[in-house]
Design a protein around this ligand. Structure first.
Ligand code: IPE
Ligand code: IPE
Ligand code: MG
Length: 261
C-alpha cells in the first residue's frame, strides 16, 4: 500500500472525498495520561490538550460530511479512577460544552449523549441537557458523546425495559428481533458505526458499543489522543476506504454486486 503519511492534508482530503465516506465513526480517545507522563506533566494536562483534539476532530468530521461521530469520553469503569481526576474530567467537559455550544448551534451540530447521564454531577448534567435541547433541530453532524457508558449494562438495561414492555402488553416476545432490540439501546435511531478508531496502541474494545460494533471496521493507531489531529483522522478514513466489507459474503458475491448490503 502507498505510504499516505507523506501526503499533505489537502491531498489526503481530496483522495478521501473521492471515495465512500463512513457514515458513522466511533472513537475510543485513549492515551491522555501517557501523553502527559511523557512530558512529566500531571495526567489532567493530557486531558486538557485532548480537548483540542476533540475540537479538531469534530470540525473535520462536519466539514467532510460525516453523519455521526461517537466519542467515548468516560466509561463506567473510569469512575474507579482517583476522585481528583474524575472531578477534573467532569469540569473539562462542562467547560468545553459551555464554550462550544454557540459554535455547535451555528455549525448545525446536534449534540447527544449516551450512557448513565443521571450518574454525572448535577452541574454536568445541566450543561449536557442544555446542549441537547439547544441543538436538537440541527442535522449536519450528530455528535454523540459516551459518558459513564458501558456496553454490557446498556444491553442489560435494554432487556429490562423490553421485559417491562412485554409485561405491560406493549410488545410481545414473539415480535422481538434485532431491529426492535436496537430501539431499546441508547443509540436507537443511529446507524451502527462503520469505523471504530482507538488511539494509543491499545487493541481492545473496553466495553464500548458491544452490540453496535458487530460489523464495524477497526482502526488502531499508536498515536496518543492529544496528538490525534486532522491528518491522523484523514489517514484513518483513507485506511477504511481501502477495505472490502463483506458482511459474511464471498468476495465474488460482493464484486458482482448481487446483494444489497
Ligand atoms: C483517555 O486517556 C481518557 C479517558 C479514559 C477519560 P487515559 O486517561 O485513559 O490515558 P492513558 O491510557 O492513561 O494514557
Ligand atoms: C477507554 O479507555 C475509555 C475511554 C477512552 C473513555 P480506558 O483507558 O479507560 O481503557 P482501558 O482501561 O485501558 O481498557
Ligand atoms: Mg487509557
Amino acid at each position: 500500500m502507498r505510504d499516505y503519511k507523506d501526503l499533505k492534508e489537502e491531498e489526503l482530503l481530496k483522495l478521501i472525498l473521492g471515495g465512500n465516506l463512513p457514515e458513522h465513526i466511533a472513537i475510543i480517545m485513549d492515551g491522555n495520561g501517557r501523553w502527559a507522563k511523557q512530558r512529566r506533566l500531571p495526567r489532567i494536562s493530557g486531558h486538557k490538550v485532548g480537548m483540542d483534539s476533540v475540537r479538531d476532530i469534530i470540525t473535520l468530521s462536519r466539514e467532510i460530511g460525516i453523519k455521526v461521530l461517537t466519542l467515548y469520553a468516560f466509561s463506567q469503569e473510569n469512575w474507579k479512577r482517583p476522585q481528583s481526576e474524575v472531578r477534573a474530567l467532569m469540569g473539562l467537559l462542562q467547560e468545553y460544552l459551555k464554550k462550544e455550544i454557540k459554535t455547535m448551534i451555528e455549525k448545525g451540530i446536534q449534540f447527544r449523549a449516551i450512557g448513565e447521564i443521571e450518574k454525572l454531577p448535577v452541574k454536568t448534567q445541566e450543561v449536557i441537557n442544555n446542549a441537547i435541547e439547544n441543538t436538537s433541530k440541527n442535522g449536519d453532524l450528530i455528535l454523540n458523546v459516551a459518558l459513564s457508558y458501558g456496553g454490557r449494562s446498556e444491553i442489560i438495561e435494554a432487556i429490562k425495559n423490553i421485559l417491562r414492555d412485554i409485561e405491560k402488553g406493549d410488545i410481545s416476545a414473539d415480535n422481538l428481533n434485532e431491529s426492535l432490540f436496537e430501539d431499546y439501546l441508547d443509540t436507537s435511531g443511529l446507524p451502527d458505526p462503520d469505523l471504530l478508531i482507538r488511539t494509543s496502541g491499545e487493541k481492545r474494545i473496553s466495553n464500548f458499543l458491544l452490540w453496535q460494533s458487530a460489523y464495524t471496521e477497526f482502526y488502531f493507531t499508536d498515536t496518543l489522543w492529544p496528538d490525534f489531529r486532522k491528518k491522523e483522522m484523514l489517514l484513518a478514513i483513507l485506511n477504511y476506504q481501502q477495505r472490502e466489507r463483506r458482511f459474511g459474503l464471498t468476495r465474488e458475491q460482493i464484486k458482482r454486486g448481487l446483494y444489497a448490503l
